[in-house]
Design a binder for this molecule. Structure first.
Ligand SMILES: [Ca+2]
Ligand SMILES: [Ca+2]
Length: 199
């Protein structure tokens, strides 16, 4: 049945110019998929734009308060074998003046579409040495957005998605940031690594 579905997918792609927008987990190495966004993004992702941070390309930027940027992105994994357990790791770039509380508090979340929340963040590493938030503390670098260099912090996040959280043979992961800063806070993704933990 799965083979038939996959064939149908390819058939539709070729003859109706419909992109299935998903990848089987085992397409590249048999058990893992890796996205560094240096060459292309790939149809499994819901958005295409990338951004250059130094010599590195990341997926983004994202901001839910600014129409020039996408508020969210999703990744579709398809053709998952039954009882699949998956480890997902990625770099999250937190750019600008993310707030870990107060009136301007921000939030970032990774969740399964129509399912469980996998990572929910309300505490961020974005620290500054001065009240006006001009001198960053402990940032990984700077990236120019709206002609101004903005400090960024990079965090590596990891989660294991157990088989009971996956319905059927497809998994849609939704990455979302709930920001208060329209031009001062952004996020991006890089080095997204999906590995099967099922032998
Ligand atoms: Ca990259
Ligand atoms: Ca904020």
């Amino acid at each position: 049945m799965k083979t038939v579905l996959r064939f149908c997918c390819v058939f539709l792609s070729l003859f109706a110019f419909v992109d299935c927008g998903s990848v089987p987990l085992d397409r590249e190495t048999g058990s893992s998929v890796f996205y560094d966004f240096e060459e292309s993004v790939g149809p499994a992702w819901s958005v295409g734009p990338t951004y250059r941070i130094d010599e590195n390309r990341v997926l983004g930027l994202f901001n839910d308060e600014n129409r020039k940027f996408s508020p969210t992105c999703s990744l579709i994994l398809s053709d998952l074998p039954p009882d699949q357990q998956i480890r997902l790791s990625f770099d999250l770039y937190l750019i600008g003046t993310w707030d870990s509380g107060g009136k301007l508090a921000d939030r970032w979340e990774l969740r399964i579409k129509d399912g469980d929340s996998l990572i929910a963040m309300t505490q961020f590493p974005n620290k500054f040495k001065d009240p006006k938030e001009k001198i960053p503390d402990g940032n990984d670098g700077f990236v120019k957005v709206y002609r101004r260099p903005r400090a960024y912090w990079r965090v590596n996040l990891e989660t294991v998605i157990t088989a009971d959280k996956i319905r059927g043979d497809q998994l849609v992961l939704v990455f979302y940031g709930d920001l208060t800063g329209r031009k001062t806070e952004f996020w991006a993704l890089d080095n997204v690594h999906i590995r099967s933990l099922t032998p």
